[in-house]
Ligand binder design. Structure first.
Ligand code: ZN
Length: 97
C-alpha cells in the first residue's frame, strides 16, 4: 500500500510557448520579438514619406497647386509606417500603403 511520491506530485502540464514572431507589420505598433536583441517588444512606429508621397507632391506641383504640395507629407495615409525596436532601435519592418 505504498504510493510512489512522483504520482502524488504531478508535474505541471506542459504549456507550449505561444510566442509568435510575425513579419507582417500593420499601421499600428505590434508585439514582436526583436530579431536584433531578441527581446519581446512592442514596436515603435514612425511615419516616413515614401516614393508615392513625392509623386503626389510632384503632381500637385505640376497642377500648380502650390499650397497643396505639402499635403502628401502631412497626410499619414500617404506615408509608410516604419517599425523599430524601442530597445535597440533596430529596424523591424515597414508597412507600405
Ligand atoms: Zn531590439
Amino acid at each position: 500500500m505504498s504510493v510512489p511520491l512522483d504520482k502524488m506530485d504531478p508535474s505541471p502540464p506542459y504549456v507550449p510557448p505561444t510566442r509568435v514572431v510575425s513579419a507582417t507589420t500593420g499601421p499600428e505598433p505590434a508585439q514582436v520579438v526583436c530579431p536584433s536583441c531578441h527581446a519581446e517588444i512592442v514596436t515603435q512606429t514612425e511615419q516616413e514619406a515614401n516614393t508615392k508621397t513625392h509623386i503626389y507632391a510632384l503632381l500637385l506641383c505640376l497642377a500648380l497647386c502650390w499650397p497643396c504640395v505639402c499635403l502628401p507629407y502631412c497626410c499619414t495615409s500617404c506615408r509608410d509606417t516604419v517599425h523599430r525596436c524601442p530597445r535597440c532601435k533596430s529596424f523591424i519592418g515597414v508597412y507600405r500603403r
